[in-house]
Design a protein around this ligand. Structure first.
Ligand code: NOJ
Length: 771
């Protein structure tokens, strides 16, 4: 049983919590911060060692033990373990009073008074819900993303949470996998940028920054390649792919100072990630110099037995510890606590092995200031939550994440005066819960605007806005997270009722001047344990879309989803399509502003939008092969092209690129060239363009992808304005992992450069790298 079964009572998580508006103190300069940090590191090390010297074996193992606590559980069930020092961390406690009560036992009644660290999945907001991570990646705006996670951290910190299990940086090239919604999509360069931004946002300048959290990059590593897209299935990844594609976002997080790493559930090339010494010791600690701690995914230590990798719990504990997992997250398995004492007696591990695992945990607690400030000020929670700037930031994030996929005849932006009656049609048109996306637990659902409500608020009484759901959508296998939903799924319609609702929706369209169709997937159709073998619009949504389109009324399709869906028919037959993702708390207000042009879409796809699941895997940075000219004819039915390219997205204005310059025609290995380009807003209104730089290495020690993203910048341009954007290509961008050489290489070769607004950019230049 996965611990998520217990997620359950998240429904009970108080949404009327509390909140604060504390000030962030920034060190005067980065250099100063670095000096401070290293002093802090040394101090933390000394204090941790002093503590270790006093700890019993049981107390040490207690620090490695993290347990779930749900609000339906009795606090007494934890108190004794905390008092005895047998629990080092709790996750899923979100009520500040409960946090303070538990902490008081740890900080005053346990022998060594070591505080607990409280963890939670703060993935895209806490009280204020931001767009899901895949959406935020579509903003191509790391600064906005860092800002969003800063707010998420502030709200979570306000209730006493110290640690988030984010960012999730798994590269995903198979949208059947439900968790594609939690990451940044298919590309390692964009993924690394989003990874850095999130670590910065969550942690602030250093571990222990006021109003920030400890970040935890996950799931190390390769989880996004689950076979068949089936969650938790094995990952088989070649050496070259692992280093060039799947590891870079993790490395970026480590370089950005991430304090913790979560080991993944699945087998990576037959060795479970949680028992994978090569990953956790050789790569993470030896090569990358990671000095924080590793936590297992939930129950992943005891699951080493389930995988057929460990003989029993004892063997699982030894294998995970020696592989390099510091802390075991479990529902109640506590495999470390129960078994490592015996393993020590049998000399399978040494006390040094245990100390080495405990030390970074103590150091982290020290750096977070938990010994000095173990408690949270319950009185301040409400004011933190009530900060209007948080709501405004969520709306801005939703607007910057939206991607305009199609806008034939410039139907969008809609005129505020042209329509007397607007029909909002579709199962997601008036839903609050389904605007939020997975891992939204602690919000106040009443603060979420639906698309219907957003349009009504925007248009006021002068325009009639009416709603008809038309169809219902639901999973066949229920979701483990459904018990946490604040707005439950309505009871299923009878056949007769369903037929009536369908007719009503079509009649409403006929009776209106325009139909805004809101289609896609419910929140529980995307996320953990939300994989599917097809990507069609669930239920009768396509039929509904076709029937509404057949009325002859103009139709705008707004998509709510976390993966590419098969919208081939819509792409051919519906004039305008706006990808809104799961936009978060501000969904309705943001979508209304986008539809009526008070916000201009500028997001770009963070994945290749395939036509159907049969094309999987399909990513833009594939290798050339022996007949690249025929690439599009690979399937005899002509289906070897995606619906929309990676990096694609329209605006309400247009852009032109010119004057591409590469600073030098030739550089030496290790040197850097600058690529500059002029981008002009050639349309009638202000808007954003994402300048994207792609390269191709023409020959060398390995076949290199046809194109690889190696730089980008999102710019805002007034109508008629031109900006020059400069991007750099240095050794980090030009090297690659060569599987034959088993190492990073930079070849002396010719390179193509393209710059433009998506991955089919045509403005081209070249340069040469010399020995
Ligand atoms: C399991 C998920 O895989 C992981 O992402 C999450 O952080 C933990 N459970 C804790 O909820």
């Amino acid at each position: 049983m996965r611990p998520f079964v217990a997620v359950i009572s998240l429904a009970l998580i108080s949404s009327s919590l509390i909140c604060v508006s504390a000030q962030r103190k920034r060190p005067a300069s980065t250099k100063q911060a670095a000096v401070k940090t290293s002093d802090a590191d040394q101090l933390a090390r000394r204090r941790a060692d002093a503590l270790l010297a006093q700890m019993t074996l049981n107390e040490k193992l207690g620090q490695l033990n993290q347990l779930f606590f749900f609000s339906f559980q009795k606090e007494e069930s934890m108190n004794d373990g905390i008092r005895k020092g047998e629990i080092g961390s709790l996750l899923f406690v979100t009520d500040p009073a409960t946090i303070n009560r538990f902490q008081k036992i740890a900080a005053t009644e346990s022998r060594l008074k070591i505080p607990l660290i409280f963890g939670f999945d703060v993935i895209h907001g806490f009280h204020t819900i931001f767009p899901v991570p895949i959406a935020m990646a579509a903003s191509w705006d790391p600064r906005m993303v860092a800002g969003a996670q800063t707010i998420a951290a502030r709200e979570a910190r306000a209730v006493g949470i110290n640690w988030t299990f984010a960012p999730m940086v798994d590269i995903a090239r198979d949208p059947r996998w439900g968790r594609i919604v939690e990451g940044a999509g298919e590309d390692p360069y964009l993924g690394a940028a989003m990874s850095r931004a999130q670590v910065r946002g969550f942690q602030g300048d250093h571990i222990g920054s006021t109003e920030h959290l400890l970040a935890c990059v996950k799931h190390f590593a390769g989880y996004g390649t689950a076979e068949g897209g089936r969650d938790y299935d094995a990952a088989n990844i070649s050496d070259a792919q692992l280093w060039n594609v799947y590891l870079p976002p993790f490395k970026a997080a480590v370089d950005a100072g991430v304090g913790s790493v979560m080991s993944a559930y699945m087998d990576l090339n037959d060795v479970p990630a949680t028992g994978n010494r090569w990953l956790l010791r050789d790569v993470l600690r030896r090569d990358w110099k990671f000095s924080g701690f590793v936590v297992s995914d939930a129950n992943a230590v005891s699951d080493l037995k389930t995988h057929g990798f460990a003989r029993d719990g004892h063997d699982a504990a030894v294998k995970a510890l020696t592989a390099g997992v510091n802390m075991e997250m479990s529902f109640n398995a506590a495999t470390y606590l129960k078994n490592l004492g015996n393993a020590l007696k049998q000399n399978q591990i040494s006390i040094k092995d245990i100390d080495d695992m405990v030390r970074p945990l103590l150091e982290t607690k020290i750096k977070l200031g938990l010994f000095e400030n173990p408690y949270v000020d319950e009185a301040k929670v409400k004011s933190t939550f009530d900060n209007p700037a948080h709501r405004e930031a969520a709306k801005n994030a939703a607007e910057r994440s939206a991607v305009l996929l199609k806008n034939q005849t410039n139907l969008l932006p809609l005129s505020k005066t042209a329509y007397k009656k607007i029909a909002v049609i579709g199962p997601l048109g008036d839903s609050r819960q389904n605007m939020l996306g997975s891992w939204s637990f602690a919000m106040d659902i009443n603060e979420t605007s639906t698309i219907l409500a957003g349009l009504k608020t925007k248009l006021g009484s002068g325009t009639e806005v009416e709603f008809a759901p038309g169809v219902q959508i639901s999973r066949i296998v229920p979701s483990i997270f459904d018990m946490t939903l604040k707005e439950k799924h309505p009871p299923a319609w009878t056949e007769g009722h369903a037929a009536d609702e369908f007719k009503k929706a079509v009649a409403l369209a006929k009776d209106s001047d325009i139909a805004v169709m809101v289609l896609g997937e419910n929140q529980d159709m995307s996320g953990e344990q939300a994989s599917r073998p097809t990507i069609d619009l669930p239920g009768r949504q396509l039929e509904l879309l076709q029937a509404v389109r057949a009325t002859g009324k103009p139709v705008v399709l707004v998509l709510i989803n976390g993966r590419p869906l098969d919208i081939t028919w819509a792409a051919e037959n519906v004039p305008s399509i706006l990808e809104a993702w799961y936009p978060g708390s501000a969904a309705g207000n943001a979508v209304a502003d986008l539809l009526f042009g008070d916000a201009v879409p500028g997001g770009k796809l963070p994945f290749t939008w395939i036509k159907n699941a049969g094309q999987v895997p399909f990513y833009y940075s594939h290798n050339l092969t022996q007949n690249p000219g025929e690439q599009e004819k690979r399937y005899w039915n002509g289906n070897a092209v995606p619906l929309y390219r990676f990096g694609y997205g329209l605006s309400y204005t247009t852009f032109a690129f010119s004057n591409l310059k590469v600073s030098q025609p030739e550089i030496k290995i290790g040197e850097t060239v600058e690529v500059s380009v002029d981008v002009k807003n050639t349309g009638p209104r202000a808007g954003d363009e994402v300048v994207q730089l792609y390269i191709h290495q023409q020959a060398g020690g390995a076949s290199r992808p046809i194109r690889e993203l190696k730089g980008f910048e999102r710019v805002t341009l007034a109508a008629g304005e031109t900006k020059t954007v400069r991007l750099k290509l240095g050794p980090n961008e030009l090297r690659y992992w060569n599987a034959a050489a088993r190492g990073w290489v930079q070849d002396a070769e010719n390179f193509d450069v393209w710059v433009g607004g998506d991955s089919s950019a045509s403005l081209h230049s070249t340069f040469r790298v010399m020995k």
